[in-house]
Design a protein around this ligand. Sequence first.
Ligand SMILES: [Zn+2]
Length: 136
Amino acid sequence: MPKLTCLCGENINLSPIPNPQGFKLVWEPLREKLIEEIINAYSKAQSESEFEDFLYKLLYPSQREFPQVYECPNCYRLAVFASAADTKPRFWYQQELAREKTDSICSILEISPDEDKTQPAQSLVTSEPQNTPLLR
Ligand SMILES: [Zn+2]
């Protein structure tokens, strides 16, 4: 599934990982469960790599994947896939009532085309990295 053609005709490149047009939908009740599982794994992990392995398994589950959304960079429609492995979107959402012509999810995240889209916007960084080690 390297390319997806939007209903407006724009080709969305699905090859980059992580994809700058891609988003995972995390259901809020599931988010609370994920936080609990992370805290639990953190307390049990014997090493940083063990904790990292757990996080990857949690956030990249082989079953019950998070629904995947791609935003068209031209018309800002959203293609919603039940999982990233699906070949066709389950459905599309078309943007309505945008305040600006350029309003999009990427613009909310303050990602400009010139920025490295694989890095979070600076405004999303809440604190400086700590010098304390992650694990004991
Ligand atoms: Zn489009």
